[in-house]
Design a protein around this ligand. Structure first.
Ligand code: ATP
Ligand code: MG
Length: 447
């Protein structure tokens, strides 16, 4: 269907040849004798020059009539120039495939990019107008760039786990119980019953742990997040892993490994895109190359208290505290050993000190905060029953989870990584919604 790609032309693969480009009009300018269209395809934008004296009046008028985002086929000779991109097309023929009606011009322009968003924050692509036209906004250079970086992250995650013999495994999205906590559960009518949308694959992954031993997924998770932040979606993509016989330390190694691999893959595949977003490539290389320090929760509390932050031992650390902690690090760092009182029953109590659980969060620098949460699971039947009862959680919805421990329970551990959060951080996005095509938040489910 397509013989030439803009990216190849820009890279010098067709100098002096006649090419046929299929794409969309990105920008247009000109006068009565010469007209410039910047034609975009998924690989780049190139300047196409149409001259009346070469094209003749009829073709020149057709070329000039193409409005922004019209789709077209343009043929012409590739000329290497010393201008911006180094290459342009001297147009010899033109066909408009999908015209744009002049009474309804393309509604998204550069001025719709950085703006006050629906939450009153300055972000890219967040105004009501832009979000209402999200289906068209996806074609902008910035959105396209984000989607390419996102694709790299998904590929890197699959690559990381598969090359280490993990099995990809799918958990159900309709579930009966909470993982993260009742306050963010989405309730769904389910025939005569009530079901919930899953917040994590974890409980169902643990059921397959004795079968597969090393498993992972990338799947959507759903959380009814009411607070409006730049880091929460109600539907996000969750890369999760579970591993039999593994310790908290061992899976932190995998958390670090997969994040470093994502950073490396983005650099290898999209250096140009990262540069176009003004990202510091050396910083991203350091995320790929340097080890991630580990700090116990207690030390984090001491640091915060030394900074006169109002925080007490036993509290979970919210974003305001994470942000302060990340200021001392220029690569991601782990927080480990949270107090038992701060975490749900499935976190394994530290056998060396019953006040703590064997868990971790990974916090990204540049103020992005938590990107991974995980740890060892309570794995003996007796202990899980004690912890469920201690929390006052009903046993009934978790019966299958308890059963898994009644038949050959073993130590195991796992984590969940927010893919959108990782992409948002590595891309330097102004808001998490920038990196997902159709963001779902408490404010909107449309378009
Ligand atoms: P937070 O405190 O930031 O809400 P959490 O403690 O609820 O995070 P976990 O339950 O540990 O997060 O989930 C694992 C990972 O999933 C998080 O580290 C984060 O990267 C991602 N994540 C969690 N909630 C969201 C959300 N609403 N939107 C996007 N990503 C999320
Ligand atoms: Mg949360």
């Amino acid at each position: 269907m397509k013989s030439h790609w803009v990216g190849d032309v820009l890279a010098g693969a067709h100098d002096g040849e006649t090419v046929e480009l299929k794409g969309w009009v990105h920008r247009a300018r000109g006068n009565n004798n010469i007209h410039f269209l910047s034609i975009r395809d998924s690989t780049g934008n190139i300047q196409c020059v149409g001259k009346k004296n070469i094209l003749g009046e009829e073709i020149f008028d057709a070329f000039r009539s193409a409005l922004i985002e019209s789709s077209m086929i343009v043929s012409g000779e590739v000329v290497a120039t010393d201008r911006e991109h180094g290459h342009e097309i001297q147009v010899s023929s033109v066909e408009i495939v999908g015209p744009v009606d002049s009474t309804r011009p393309f509604p998204i322009g550069e001025s719709d990019m950085l703006d006050v968003d629906e939450d009153g924050e300055m972000t890219y692509g967040g105004s009501k107008h832009t979000l209402d036209h999200r289906h068209l906004y996806l074609r902008t250079t910035r959105a396209t760039t984000m989607l390419k970086l996102r694709s790299s992250a998904f590929g890197a995650i699959h690559d990381y786990f598969r090359s280490r013999d993990f099995i990809e495994y799918q958990a159900p999205n309709f579930v009966a119980g909470a993982v993260e906590g009742g306050s963010t559960l989405f309730e769904v009518p389910y025939f005569e019953k009530t079901a919930y949308l899953t917040q994590s694959w974890q409980l169902y992954a643990e059921a397959a742990m004795p079968a597969l031993e090393r498993l992972y997924t990338i799947a959507p998770s759903f959380r009814a997040e009411k607070s409006r932040t730049r880091r929460h979606l109600t539907e996000f993509w969750h890369a999760e892993m579970e591993m039999a016989w593994a310790s908290n330390d061992e899976i932190m190694g995998h958390g670090e490994g997969v994040v470093r691999h994502i950073a490396r893959t983005m650099l290898d595949e999209h250096e140009q895109e990262l540069t176009s977003l003004d990202r510091d490539l050396e910083a991203i290389a350091s995320y790929a190359d340097n080890p991630y320090p580990r700090m116990r929760y207690d030390e984090a509390i001491e640091r915060l208290q030394a900074l006169k932050v109002d925080v007490e031992w036993g509290q979970d650390l919210d974003y305001s505290k994470e942000k302060i902690l990340t200021q001392d690090f220029d690569v991601p760092h782990f927080l480990t050993h949270y107090p038992k009182v701060a975490k749900p029953f499935y976190h394994r109590v530290d056998p060396d000190d019953g006040n703590y659980v064997l868990c971790h969060d990974l916090l990204a620098p540049e103020g992005y905060g938590e990107i991974i949460g995980g740890g060892e699971r309570t794995w003996s039947e007796q202990e899980i029953l004690e912890r469920i009862d201690e929390e006052g959680t009903p046993r009934e919805p978790y019966q299958f989870y308890i059963d898994v421990r009644s038949y050959g329970g073993v130590p195991h551990a796992g984590f969940g990584l927010g893919v959108d959060r990782v992409v948002s951080w590595l891309a330097g996005a102004s808001h998490i919604r920038e990196v997902i095509p159709f963001p779902r938040t408490s404010r909107r489910v449309t378009p």
